[in-house]
Design a protein around this ligand. Sequence first.
Ligand SMILES: Cc1ncc(COP(=O)(O)O)c(C=O)c1O
Length: 391
Amino acid sequence: MKQRDREAIVARCTRFVPAWAAQPDPAETFRALAERAGPRGDVYGGGESVKRLEARVAELLGKESAAVFPSGTMAQQIALRIWCERNGSWTVAFHPQCHLDVHEERGYAHLHGLQARIVGEHDRLIARADLDAIAEPIGALLLELPQRNLGGQLPAWRDLAAQVKWARENDVALHLDGARLWQCSPFYRRPLRDVAALFDTVYVSLYKDLSGLGGCVLAGPEDVIAEARVWRVRHGGRLSSFEAIALSAERGLDEVLPRMPSFVRKTKEIGAALARVDGVDVVPNPPQVAMLHVFVRGELERVRDALLDIAEERRTLIAGWFFPTPQPDVQRAELGIGAPSLDVPTDEIAELYAELVARASAPASRRGTARGASAPASAKRAARRPPTRRR
Ligand SMILES: Cc1ncc(COP(=O)(O)O)c(C=O)c1O
C-alpha cells in the first residue's frame, strides 16, 4: 500500500456514508449547547440538566430510575457486579463477542472479580439452546441488542422472549448492553420501553447514535441504581460536572432520535443496493437496524488503497476502513448510518462500491485506468444482476 495520510484524506471529504466519520464542527456543537444551557451548570451530577436527562431516559425505557455515567465500560461492570453480588454467583454469561470481554481489558474480572461464562458461538446470535446448555450457577446474563460485531443483528422477538424466559426460570438477572438500543424500535415495531421491559437493567450510550459528547445512562430499579451511584463514586466516575454530557445527550434525544426510522430505512436501501453489486456482500441481509457490515472481494491493501483513492477523487468516504476477515481475499467494513449518510444517494453508493471492487481487482499496471467513466457504467451493469453470494 502507498504511504499516505489517511486522516488528511478523510478530513478533506465532504460526504460520508459511515455517519460517525463526519466529525461535527466542535464550535457549532458548543454554540448549539450554549443555547440549551440554563443559568446554573451541573455540579457532581446533581444539576437540573442531569436530573432532566436521567428522568427522560428512565421514562423512555420505562424504568424506575436512571443514572448518568462517564462510560458504558464503567456502568456495565457496575451493573453486573451488583446483580452477581445479590444473586450469590460471581459468574456472568455473555456472547463471545461481548464488548466487556473483547474491548475492555476484562475490567469485570480485574476490578470486580467476576468470571465469564461464554455462551453460544462467535459468528451467530445467542439462542435459547445455548442457555439451556449452561450447567453452573449464573449471577447475570448480558445480551447485546443490536449485536454490533455481527453487523447489528437482532434476535426475532420470540427468540428474545425465549431467552428472557430462561433467565426468569433460573433466577438469573438480565442486563441489556443497549449501546445502540436506539436503533431497535423499527425492527421490533415496538417502543424502546417494550424492549427494555424484558431486562432488569439497561445501559444505553449517549454518544453512539445520539451524537452526544460522551457518557451513558444505566436504568433499572430504584435500589439498584442507588447502589450503582455508590459504585460510580468508587470508580472515580462522579465527574465534577456532567453538564456537557447531559446537554448534548438531550440535543440528541430531541434532534437525532426522532430521525432513527429514516436512518434504518436508508440502511435497508443501501443493503439492498450493495447486495446487487458483484464482489460485495452485506451482513445481515437485509440489514435490521441503522448499521451493517459490508464484505468486499479483493486483497486488503488494494481495497484500502481503492477506498482512499475514491475518497481523494470524489471527496466521498464510503467506508471508515476495511479490516481483514478469515478469507484473505475478502475484507470487511462496518457502516453506521446516520444523518450524514442521507446526503449520498443510494445508487451512487452502489456505483462507488462497484468501482472500489473494480479498482481493487484491476491488474497493477492498469489500476490508474480502472477508474473514471467506465467504472460506474460497469457498476450499473453489476447492479442489474440478481443478488449473488460470493463467499
Ligand atoms: C456494544 C458496546 N457496549 C459497550 C460499549 C462501551 O461504551 P463506552 O465507550 O461508553 O465505554 C461499546 C463501545 O463501543 C459498545 O460498542
